[in-house]
Design a protein around this ligand. Structure first.
Ligand code: CU
Length: 204
């Protein structure tokens, strides 16, 4: 993982207090407000068969704008930053948010836009291979049915960045524009009992 800034150790120290279980997970896993409980208690496990009690998870987001006159489909994502990456949708049922994997991908209509954002579509990272730390970044490859593959750089933030903080959009093929790329910071957990074991141990 490349360092985006040189003061990452200091940044990690300053943000260590936020590395609880709660910050590692999606807000939408909460069915209610229980800051001291792990979000796993509230996860819809049926919707995320790959996730389990001993697996760390993260999420990242971006938008895809289709400037072409043909629909395309985001069919998958790969990255060394996690063992499994899934496209998830979020649905609301009786006041409870749950996530659902989209194994067939998600369409971007001609002239339309696909928005991945907190509490909406997102890329679920299951089994982080290293902690996602504010100020660092990782790479991922998006696979589109027609536009093919495109590698993106995903900067990691503790909080959703302002619109003017995003890098310039990346093109996939001639018509797809990918922008507003970012990941939430999340610690790699080796087990439920070691939430703070890895955030400071980031060689490279
Ligand atoms: Cu998810």
């Amino acid at each position: 993982m490349k360092k985006r800034i040189g003061l990452i150790v200091i940044a990690a120290l300053l943000t260590i207090g936020s590395f609880g279980f709660a910050s590692a997970q999606h807000e939408h896993h909460h069915a209610d407000s229980t800051p001291d409980a792990t979000d796993h208690d509230h996860m819809n496990m049926d919707a995320t068969p790959a996730a389990n009690m001993n697996t760390s998870t993260g999420a990242f987001y971006f938008t895809v704008t289709n400037h072409g006159d043909e629909a395309d489909t985001l069919v998958g994502i790969t990255s060394d930053a996690a063992e499994t990456l899934e496209i998830h949708s979020v649905t609301m049922d009786n006041g409870v948010m749950s996530m659902e994997a989209q194994p067939d991908g998600v369409e971007i209509p001609a002239g339309g836009e696909l928005v991945l954002e907190p509490s909406g579509y997102h890329v679920m990272m299951v089994g982080l291979t290293e902690s996602l730390l504010d100020g660092e970044e990782f790479t991922a490859t998006l696979h589109f049915e027609h536009a093919g593959d495109v590698e993106i750089t995903v900067p990691i933030y503790a909080l959703a960045p302002d619109d003017d903080a995003f890098a310039d959009p990346v093109m996939a093929g001639d018509h797809l524009e990918i922008g507003k790329i970012w990941a939430r910071q999340a610690p790699k957990l080796d087990g439920m009992s070691t939430p703070a074991a890895t955030p400071l141990a980031t060689p490279e």
